[in-house]
Design a protein around this ligand. Sequence first.
Ligand code: CUA
Length: 309
Amino acid sequence: MNEGGTLWLPEQVSTLAPGMDALFYFVSWVSLIITVGVVATMFYFVYKYRRRDPNERPAPVKESKLVEISWIVVPTILVLVVFTWGFQGFIKANVAPANAYEIQVKGYKWAWEFTYPTGVTTGVLHVPEGRPVRLVMSSTDVIHSFYVPVFRVKHDVLPNRYTSVWFEATKTGEYDVFCTEYCGTEHSGMITKVVVMEQSEFNQWVLTGGMDNMSPVEIGALLYEQRGCKACHGLDGAAGVGPTFKGLYGAQRNFADGSSAEADENYLRESIIAPNTRVVEGYGPVMPSFAQLSEDEVSGLIAFIKEQE
Ligand code: CUA
């Protein structure tokens, strides 16, 4: 499960990770040593100073200057070490290098959306290896939190405000991205991947988002997986937060306002671009608009829905 990592921490795949882990281990070991020392001393004293006789009176305690000074000075030094070390790490993790490659991140219920300087938008984050990347993040609805364990990068993503994280990936591969702020029903499904690619490979990929050789149905299937559709719309006929896609195309839809229509291409398009124009009876007007999708992507989704007979 924890490939490349240790018992305690996942693999290190960013330049920030080794420093953070070192501090984590320092704090953990110091805490462990002090805890064991305090508890062991306590048990020793309980035994050594046990009451042996009902008439026994303990001798007055003589104060020891050395002991008193040491238990003030030693913890103070430890706390200052942790503060200085942690503050340096905090500054490093919060100030992105000036040449960082910028990617826009949007969190919404319940998926992530990544927009690159080329205008390409995807649901799986792709980044080049060995180059600082800065994510500028915001949310369209509630508070989410962007978390990549192998990068040791985590930050809240808020509505009406930008937050950012940066990292420099050190190894190509595919790694997990989680949402770590409880954001509603499908919070636990708000999972995606970050794909670390070689710079030359990334330069090619970012021109098209990897969709240049895909059929519309394949594009639709990819978007269904990556853009959060699957969180609310099942393919097995069971109703979720939203209606199932199974048998949707061509079916009669009855709306909350009493009207009805056949689910043809234009209806599906409207439901993607302006989902709350006509809401199917029995469901809430909760779907975010996907007006940011390109025409090819909308056509791909419609083609994918048509396949779900
Ligand atoms: Cu988004 Cu939890």
